[in-house]
Design a protein around this ligand. Structure first.
Ligand code: RP5
Length: 183
């Protein structure tokens, strides 16, 4: 495929894409502040999201229905954040072939270690890409990178994001060198 063809394909995808591309699901309203960085970074990168509260334990039927219908509704990636016995990402993954990114939510008596183990230790066959405890920002970036594999505009925004990171580190290093030199 040449670049021109790729350009047309991307434009066609843009036209066809009207609904949300990424579903951000959390097990409880209490997870909202932890999950917000995923919402913010995806919007910043020009990716449409929908945000839902669905619980693997308290609303299991709604959770299964959401995952079953997600791909046919045009979603491309799911991000799921949950704390304690965090079954949500695994349950969503059981009902869809979309990539599911899990965010263990901290807090609680075990400080998120329970959720981390529950999400990262998926048995063979049903994978969940597990982020750090409270790692919603990286979940958003990872979802964007999946979309960027076929979307040049998102790829360019991610490149600019990394460029800003590089510049921030260099600026802090320059500042540190200056302060050290003054001592
Ligand atoms: C999990 O239990 C949720 O994801 C949340 O992190 C945790 C506590 O839920 P609430 O009791 O605050 O609703 O299902």
């Amino acid at each position: 495929m040449n670049n021109n063809h790729n350009g047309h394909a991307a434009a066609d995808r843009e036209k066809a894409q009207t609904g949300p591309q990424v579903g951000i699901i959390m097990g409880s309203a209490s997870d909202r502040s932890v999950m917000q960085p995923a919402v913010d970074i995806l919007k910043e990168l020009g990716i449409s999201v929908e945000v839902r509260i669905l619980s693997a334990h308290r609303t299991p039927e709604e959770t299964a229905a959401y995952a079953r219908e997600a791909q046919s509704r045009g979603l491309e990636v799911l991000i799921a954040g949950a704390g304690r016995a965090a079954h949500l990402p695994g349950v969503l993954a059981a009902y869809t072939l979309l990539p599911v990114i899990g965010v263990p939510v901290g807090g609680g008596p075990l400080s998120g270690l329970d959720a981390l183990y529950a999400i990262v230790q998926m048995p063979p066959g049903i994978p969940v890409a597990t982020m750090a405890v409270d790692g919603a920002l990286n979940a958003g970036l990872f979802a964007a990178q999946i979309i960027a594999a076929k979307d040049g505009a998102v790829r360019r925004r991610l490149e600019m994001y990394r460029q800003r990171l590089r510049e921030q580190v260099k600026e802090r290093d320059r500042q540190l060198q200056k302060e050290e030199g003054e001592q």
